[in-house]
Ligand binder design. Structure first.
Ligand SMILES: NC(=O)c1ccc[n+]([C@@H]2O[C@H](COP(=O)([O-])OP(=O)(O)OC[C@H]3O[C@@H](n4cnc5c(N)ncnc54)[C@H](OP(=O)(O)O)[C@@H]3O)[C@@H](O)[C@H]2O)c1
Length: 278
């Protein structure tokens, strides 16, 4: 089944689901990313900090899928937020990937105490004008961080990639994104190690629909309008995770999954407003 798409606020198009690549590295990493592409994923999510851009580039070349059919995302690390550092960082990412263009580049974390994320955003705006990056966005930005960069540059990020899963459904951020026209992407979309596969709303929907709990959670993400980027090193799970467009949760089922959200549901222990990425 063809993967539906979302048109971003800059006119570019993203598939409604993507593939997360952390921590896939080395020969096994190349094999896993290649298998994901061969299984049909077209949006691939990497980052400088994952130290696997070389492997992702290799997997893309070995997959035989045309470059222009893929949407390659990477992320700018906190240590490269200065304007010149950010420009150099993107050139280095392209070199490692063996590509002449990124389709989406995100500021990985705002790192507010360093205070250079506005500079980093200026660099991404300029790289987009030069055609080196097709769409630009952010990750782990709070409403205040979004407001700051939009006010300063007049350019709204196309995407904010945030932690989002049933225990942490991010209702406030989704509303903020709606207001600005920013597309939400969900990291740890299954909930990673604490995936709520046996929670009754998930298990019961899986039973009714004859699908797996993981598929129910990813379908819930799709119905929220967020783009999940599940990671799996297993070809069978890669296929299963992609196969979420042939069934539908009822509004009540989806609402019951959203209601699993809880104040301590965040996987990442810190406060993203103050978190300093390594
Ligand atoms: N922007 C950020 O700050 C940020 C932070 C964290 C992550 N990310 C991105 O988000 C991506 C996904 O997040 P994540 O890897 O943390 O979490 P996730 O995708 O929610 O979960 C991945 C884990 O779930 C397992 N899994 C995958 N499909 C499954 C299925 N159908 N049934 C049972 N288990 C399944 C995987 O194991 P197997 O591999 O063994 O299948 C892996 O252990 C990352 O790879 C990365 O690209 C971004």
């Amino acid at each position: 089944m063809a993967i539906p798409t979302h048109t971003l606020n800059d006119g570019n198009v993203l598939p409604a689901i993507g593939f997360g690549t952390y921590p896939l590295r080395g020969d096994d990493g190349v094999a896993a990313v290649r298998s994901a592409i061969e299984n049909g994923y077209r949006l691939i999510d990497t980052a400088v900090n994952y130290e696997n851009e070389t492997e992702v580039g290799e997997a893309i070349r070995r997959s035989g899928v045309a470059r222009d059919d893929l949407v390659v995302t990477s992320k700018l690390p906190g240590r490269h937020h200065g304007y010149d550092d950010a420009i150099a960082s993107v050139h280095a990412s392209l070199e490692r990937l063996g590509l002449d263009r990124l389709d989406l580049h995100l500021i990985h974390w705002p790192n507010p105490s360093v205070g250079q994320y506005v500079e980093a955003w200026h660099a991404l705006v300029d790289l987009q004008k030069q055609g080196l990056v097709r769409s630009i966005g952010v990750s782990n930005f709070s409403p205040e961080h979004l407001e700051t960069i939009i006010d300063d540059t007049g350019v709204t990020p196309a995407v904010n990639q945030i932690e989002l899963h049933p225990y942490f459904p991010q209702s406030v951020m989704r509303d903020v994104h709606e207001k600005y026209g920013i597309r939400t992407e969900s990291w740890s979309p299954l909930g990673k190690r604490q995936a709520p596969f046996s929670e009754p709303p998930v298990a019961q929907a899986a039973e009714r629909l004859g699908v797996t709990p993981g598929q129910v959670i990813l379908r819930w993400q799709v119905q929220l309008g967020s783009i999940p980027i599940p990671k799996s090193a297993t070809p069978e799970r890669q296929r299963q995770n992609l196969d979420v467009f042939g069934f539908e949760l009822t509004a009540d089922e989806a609402a019951a999954i959203t209601a699993l959200g809880r104040p301590d549901g965040r996987l990442f222990g810190g406060d993203p407003d103050t978190h300093e990425e390594m």
